[in-house]
Design a protein around this ligand. Structure first.
Ligand code: AMP
Ligand code: MG
Length: 432
């Protein structure tokens, strides 16, 4: 159902690459091909700002007012003219009025005079400085002692338009709206914003051995966990999801599932059935329905992955055929699908930040592939961040993902890691 139109076929894109080898594709190259092939979906809806949390802004938002609208006080204290501040000692000032937030003082303020002022109150004309209450002495209704050397001219005054000036771009199109952005929009008086419509992503699991929750676990079978991790990852990304369940290894069922997904969604994510020895029909049907590449990626875990675009009944959808192993599904989702889905959503999302930290232990690694190990990041006695690997790193061991608080990313060219070396990590949790 996508309206995206990529101008080149996958074949066109890879034929421009000097050393494209689908059987030994470095991670960066696969990411590059995906980025070139994916196009954003164009459709906009207008939402009240609260509903727009987590959504992708579809236009620039230009401020129609100055925020703040007036110079105002940053402190509770006394407003005066800075040129009147004493050079030495303490000088008594006459208090000629009070300025409250939302209720300004409109009178004059002469030499030797000041106005009692509250935080957020408009600065009286001819005042440019606020001395906080705690620096003053002997305050009465009529007078206050103001000492030298506590403030300089202009201190504790917020300037008109210093947060946002009238006519200035407040938020850029493509921004994923966070709590601060909702507040910013409200501060501009903006009640509704245009956002990109949610991306619709259909997903299903493939494999005769998979059982859905509630079914008995027959011999040699496993419960389908991938649909649940995918549900979690896609929900957090803000996608509209279509969970199509487990599809058996039957050509007619698989074809029907791919067609239905294609007709109803912008992107399709499957797990399982894409490895070299896969004894099922998944790859065959993917290939039959569109422009799909089958890759062996230089990574661990992960390796097999299908990517492309399939077509059915005049509709098309991007396809991510992820491997079946539960950890591999998460790694390939985060390092390939995530960025592509964000791009389809029209989001200007920076790549995930990798942080250099100390490795507590040696890690076996050979150059020529990217490795994603599950790590636990802690702070040592000197306050430095250091990481250790969670127990077993098998690609089927989902517990390793659950226990970890970060992913250790060992880059393509990296060799063995010794204890004390720097490695890069991707944090699982951050401020949202
Ligand atoms: P495959 O990529 O289909 O060869 O699957 C690789 C491994 O992942 C096999 O051990 C599968 O049983 C397992 N697997 C595949 N899909 C799932 C799933 N949805 N949930 C849990 N394990 C799975
Ligand atoms: Mg399978």
């Amino acid at each position: 159902m996508t309206h995206a139109s990529s101008t080149s076929s996958l074949h066109d894109i890879v034929s421009c690459m000097s050393d494209y080898d689908p059987h030994a594709l470095p991670v960066a190259k696969a990411q590059d091909i995906i980025a070139q092939f994916i196009a954003p979906v164009q459709a906009i809806e207008k939402l009240a700002i609260r509903q727009a949390l987590g959504r992708v802004l579809a236009t620039d938002i230009v401020s129609g007012i100055d925020v703040p609208a007036h110079d105002n006080s940053a402190m509770d204290g006394y407003a005066l003219n800075g040129s009147d501040l004493p050079a030495t000692g303490i000088r008594d000032f006459n208090i000629v009025g009070t300025a409250f937030a939302g209720r300004a003082y409109h009178g004059d303020v002469g030499a030797g005079e000041c106005v009692r002022i509250m935080t957020g109150a408009v600065m009286p004309a001819s005042c440019d400085t606020v001395i906080p209450q705690e620096f003053t002495t002997n305050a009465s209704e009529a007078q206050v002692g103001i000492p030298a050397g506590k403030v300089r001219t202009g201190d504790n005054r917020r300037l008109k338009g210093e947060d946002l000036a009238n006519g200035k771009t407040a938020l850029q199109r493509g921004k994923i709206l966070r709590p601060a952005d909702l507040g910013l929009l409200a501060s501009l008086g903006v009640a509704e914003v245009p956002v990109q419509r949610r991306l619709r992503v259909a997903f299903f699991s493939t494999g005769d051995e998979l059982r859905s929750l509630g079914e008995p676990l027959d011999e040699g079978c496993v419960y389908d966990s991938n649909r649940y991790t995918l549900y979690g990852m896609l929900s957090r990304l803000g996608c509209d999801i279509v969970d199509m369940g487990v599809i058996k290894d039957d050509p007619a069922e698989l074809e029907a599932a791919f067609r239905s997904a294609c007709e109803n969604a912008d992107a399709i994510i499957t797990s399982g059935g894409v490895s070299v020895g896969a004894a099922d029909y998944t790859k065959q049907i993917m290939g039959k329905l569109g422009d799909v590449a089958f890759w062996t990626i230089g990574m661990r875990p992960g390796r097999p992955m299908a990517f492309g675009k399939i077509h059915s009944q005049g509709k098309s959808a991007y396809l991510f055929g992820l491997p079946g192993n539960p950890v591999a599904v998460m790694v390939t989702f985060y390092f390939f699908a995530r960025q592509a889905l964000l791009h389809m959503m029209g989001a200007n999302a920076a790549p995930l930040p990798l942080i250099p930290v100390i490795s507590k232990t040696a890690i076996r690694k050979r150059p020529g592939r990217t490795e994603y190990q599950r790590g636990i990041l802690t702070t040592n006695a000197s306050g430095e961040l250091e990481v250790s690997v969670t127990g077993s790193q098998g690609s089927g061991i989902l517990r390793s993902m659950s226990e970890a608080n970060c992913m250790i990313v060992l880059q393509h060219d990296q060799d063995q890691v010794s204890a004390g070396d720097k490695v890069t990590v991707l944090l699982f949790d951050g401020m949202l």
